[in-house]
Design a protein around this ligand. Structure first.
Ligand code: ADP
Ligand code: MG
Length: 346
């Protein structure tokens, strides 16, 4: 059954394999939540790649704005459907690419739902994180002869070798408990923190002996909404400003990548430093942009979609495999040794 799913995805898989560096952007619209059905929706039209947002303007006329993304998922899209268009990226991790999947959107728009799932987790409701890990472990077992016996490793404070999704979840739970005493939040209960899970994969190409190193970041970003300073004070305000700073830094990085600037300001925040190798040029990056359908979310929705539109224009350059060629490595060592003798003499 599993192979069938992968086969069916072959076309998309090849498309993603060929992906010449552009960041893919998928838009997901959350459904109205229980008891909200009578609320006005901002969506006037939606199809596979387009979403049109309507707002009543001051002069009584309808203002419409269309956005185009690689994919638009409407409110009825299932977790399985969401993941089926993400799945080909997972094979890329094992092939030695850096992959970054991140969720963007205002608080309550469904970021955590996409990445982790709702509170009630089962086979149907689990999100991208679990599905990606399950696939990674499944696929690495299929290619067991190509993998080292180290397994996959997840860096926390240390790098922890893991062998199953359950082990990763256990580590994530420990991270969540540590959160109360540590300054960097591992998991996202409050929406004012980023949550990042990074998986490093190492393997050896049997034919060449080259080491392949793939890496996957799964990121559930903090809410993108502007913070109303009148509502938060003290430590919460500091935290909110800090979070806003890091999202602003992400925006700056995206903007300078889009403009192909010579200098990209990665160093302005921890978040952009962490994601540097996934936003820099040799990675395959997928952004899920989330929106709430309610009319009262309109202004945040528009600024979210405009941000996403900008992200979609970024060209990263062709994704590249992380390969340590054995010969090149030896040559580099020889050069380093020569340089050392030269400096000793000089
Ligand atoms: P965020 O992480 O962006 O703050 P959440 O993922 O916590 O938002 O979603 C807010 C609420 O909406 C949660 O109760 C979540 O279960 C629900 N929700 C979000 N997206 C969906 C969806 N696609 N289908 C059903 N419920 C959803
Ligand atoms: Mg959340």
């Amino acid at each position: 059954k599993y192979h069938k799913v992968l086969e069916e995805n072959r076309k998309l898989y090849n498309q993603i394999q060929d992906l010449k560096g552009n960041i893919r952007v998928y838009c997901r619209v959350r459904p109205f939540l229980h008891g909200q059905a009578s609320n006005m929706s901002t969506i006037s039209r939606i199809d596979d790649q387009n979403i049109t947002i309507a707002s009543a303007s001051k002069n009584g006329k309808d203002a419409r704005r269309n956005f185009t993304f690689n994919k638009v998922f409407g409110p009825t899209a299932t977790q399985e459907e969401i993941f089926s268009d993400t799945q080909p990226l997972i094979q890329s991790v094992l092939d030695g690419y850096n992959v970054c999947i991140f969720a963007y959107g205002q608080t309550g728009s469904g970021k955590t739902h996409t990445m982790s799932g709702p509170k009630e987790l089962n086979e149907k409701t689990i999100g991208v994180n679990y599905r990606a890990l399950n696939d990674l472990f499944y696929l690495s077992e299929q290619q067991i002869r190509n993998s080292t016996n180290k397994g996959l490793s997840v860096p926390d404070a240390n790098i922890v070798p893991v062998r199953s999704t359950a082990e990763v979840i256990e580590i994530m739970n420990i991270g969540q408990k540590n959160r109360a005493v540590s300054s960097t939040a591992m998991n996202d209960r409050s929406s004012r923190s980023h949550s990042c899970l990074t998986i490093h994969v190492q393997g050896k190409e049997l034919t060449s002996g080259n080491m392949l190193r793939g890496c996957m970041h799964l990121v559930d970003l903090a809410g993108s909404e502007r913070v109303d300073k009148s509502e938060v004070k003290g430590d919460r305000l500091k935290e909110a400003q800090h979070i806003n700073k890091s999202l602003a830094a992400l925006g700056d990085v995206i903007a300078s990548l889009a403009q192909k600037s010579a200098h990209v300001p990665y160093r302005n925040s921890k978040l952009t430093q962490l994601l540097q190798d996934s936003l820099g040029g040799q990675a395959k990056t997928l952004m899920f942009v989330h929106m709430s359908p309610e009319a009262d979310a309109l202004s945040e929705t528009l600024s979210t979609l405009k941000f996403a539109e900008r992200v979609a224009t970024v060209e990263l350059g062709a994704a590249r495999v992380n390969k340590d060629n054995v010969e090149v490595k030896e040559l580099k060592e020889q050069i380093a040794a020569l340089k050392a003798t030269m400096t000793n003499k000089g």
